[in-house]
Design a protein around this ligand. Structure first.
Ligand code: NAD
Length: 352
C-alpha cells in the first residue's frame, strides 16, 4: 500500500488513476479538498476497494500518525500543495501553511513511523516529494536549462514555499537518514486540470466565446509535460531512484505562452469550428503578472540516463489529446465552473 497526499487534485488524481490502472497495490488518498480538490476526478474508482479516500489535512499530525499506524504504507508520495502562482501573490498565507508547515508535519510523522519499522521495511520505505521547476527561478534566453544542481532562486510566494519544502525534505535525509526522493517537474497539462491554469483556462474561455487573456507580451517561456508522462516519471523514481537524490522531470518542450494559446486556437478551429471566426480573434493582451518569471526550462538528462525514463507524448500529441478531453468532458467543466463539484463531493462522499 502507498499513501498519496493531494490525490484529488490535477496531478494527484491522474497519478492515482494511472497507478490503479497498472497495479493492484492499494492507495490511501489523503486530501483536504480545497477548491482545487475534486473527487469527481476519481469518479471511475467508486466502489474500488483499492482506493481509500480520507478527507484530511497534511498539517494534522494526529491524523497522520493514525493513518500511518493503521495502513502501514511502504511509501508516501506528497502531491498536496497550494499550487497557483496568482493566488500566492494575492494571499500567500495558505501557501506557507500547506506547502511549508504541512510538509514539515508530514515529514515528522513519516520520520516517526519510519523509525519504528523493521529493518527490511525501513530499507524499502520511500518518501517522495513532488516539486516544481519554479524553485530554480527564471532563466535568461541564452542560459542552459535547469539541472538538479542549479541554485535555488524562487521568485513568487508559491515557488518560495515549494523551495522551503524541498529544503526540509533534503534536511530530513541529511539529518535523520529518512529515505527521501525529490522530483522537480516542468509545467504539466492534461485532463482534470482546474481551469485557472493557462491551458484549461484558454480552452474553456474559447469555448464560451470569452476573451483569451495573455499576460504581458506573451513571450514568457515555459517547458511543458503531459501529465501522464509526469506520472510515469514519478513511478520510475519511486521504483529505482536513489534516496537523497533529486530528479528533474521535463519533456524538452520550451514554448512561449502566446504559441500555446495559438496552438489551442488552431486545434479548436479544427475540432469545433466557429463559422466565419478563428478562436485567435479572442486573444487579448493584459497587464503582466507582478514579478513574472521569463523562462523555465528543464534539463531532464539525469532521469533519462539513470532511470531510462522518456515521455510518451510529444507536445503536439499531448495538447491535441488535452483539447479533445475538454471537449468530451463538458459536464466536468460545467461542474467545476459552477462550483457544483462541491455538491457532488458532499452527495457522493459525505453520505458514504
Ligand atoms: P492542484 O492544486 O490541482 O491540487 C492540489 C491538491 O492538494 C488538491 O486536491 C488539494 O485539495 C490538496 N491539498 C491542498 N492543501 C492540502 C492540505 N493541507 N492537506 C491535504 N491536501 C491538500 O495541484 P497540482 O497541479 O495537481 O500539483 C500537485 C503537486 O505537483 C504540487 O505539489 C505542485 O507544486 C506540483 N507541481 C505542479 C506542476 C503543475 O504544472 N501543475 C508542475 C510541477 C510540480
Amino acid at each position: 500500500m502507498i499513501l498519496v497526499t493531494g490525490g484529488a487534485g490535477f496531478i494527484g488524481a491522474n497519478f492515482v488513476l494511472d497507478w490503479l490502472e497498472r497495479s493492484d497495490e492499494a492507495i490511501i488518498n489523503l486530501d483536504v479538498l480545497t477548491y482545487a480538490g475534486n473527487l469527481e476526478n476519481l469518479k471511475t474508482l467508486e466502489g474500488d476497494k483499492r482506493h481509500v479516500f480520507v478527507q484530511g489535512d497534511i498539517g494534522n499530525s494526529d491524523l497522520l500518525i493514525h493513518l500511518l499506524k493503521d495502513y502501514r504504507p511502504r511509501a508516501i508520495l506528497n502531491f498536496a500543495a497550494e499550487s497557483h502562482v496568482d493566488r500566492s501573490i494575492h494571499g500567500p498565507e495558505d501557501f506557507i501553511q500547506t506547502n511549508i508547515v504541512g510538509t514539515f508535519r508530514l515529514l515528522e510523522a513519516s520520520r516517526d513511523y519510519w523509525s519504528r519499522l523493521k529493518e527490511n521495511e525501513k530499507q524499502q520505505f520511500r518518501f517522495l516529494h513532488v516539486s516544481t521547476d519554479e524553485v530554480y527561478g527564471s532563466l535568461a534566453k541564452d542560459e542552459m536549462p535547469f539541472t538538479e544542481t542549479h541554485r535555488y532562486e524562487p521568485n513568487s510566494p508559491y515557488s518560495a514555499s515549494k523551495a522551503a519544502s524541498d529544503h526540509l525534505v533534503r534536511a530530513y535525509h541529511h539529518t535523520y537518514g529518512l529515505p527521501v526522493l525529490t522530483t522537480n517537474c516542468s509545467n504539466n497539462y492534461g485532463p482534470y486540470q482546474f481551469p485557472e491554469k493557462l491551458i484549461p483556462l484558454m480552452i474553456v474561455n474559447a469555448l464560451a466565446g470569452k476573451s483569451l487573456p495573455v499576460y504581458g507580451d506573451g513571450q514568457q517561456i515555459r517547458d511543458w509535460l503531459y501529465v501522464k508522462d509526469h506520472c510515469s516519471a514519478i513511478r520510475r523514481v519511486l521504483e529505482d531512484g536513489i534516496p537523497g537524490q533529486i530528479y528533474n522531470i521535463g519533456g524538452w518542450n520550451e514554448k512561449p505562452n502566446i504559441e500555446i494559446v495559438e496552438t489551442i486556437c488552431s486545434l479548436l478551429d479544427t475540432f469545433r469550428p466557429r463559422e466565419g471566426h478563428s478562436y485567435r480573434n479572442l486573444i487579448k493582451y493584459v497587464a503582466d503578472r507582478p514579478g513574472h518569471d521569463r523562462r523555465y526550462a528543464i534539463d531532464a538528462s539525469k532521469i533519462e540516463r539513470e532511470l531510462g525514463w522518456r515521455p510518451a507524448e510529444t507536445f503536439e500529441t499531448g495538447i491535441s489529446k488535452t483539447v479533445q478531453w475538454y471537449l468530451d468532458n463538458a459536464a466536468w467543466v460545467t461542474h467545476v465552473q459552477s462550483g457544483a463539484y462541491r455538491h457532488w463531493v458532499e452527495k457522493n462522499y459525505k453520505e458514504r
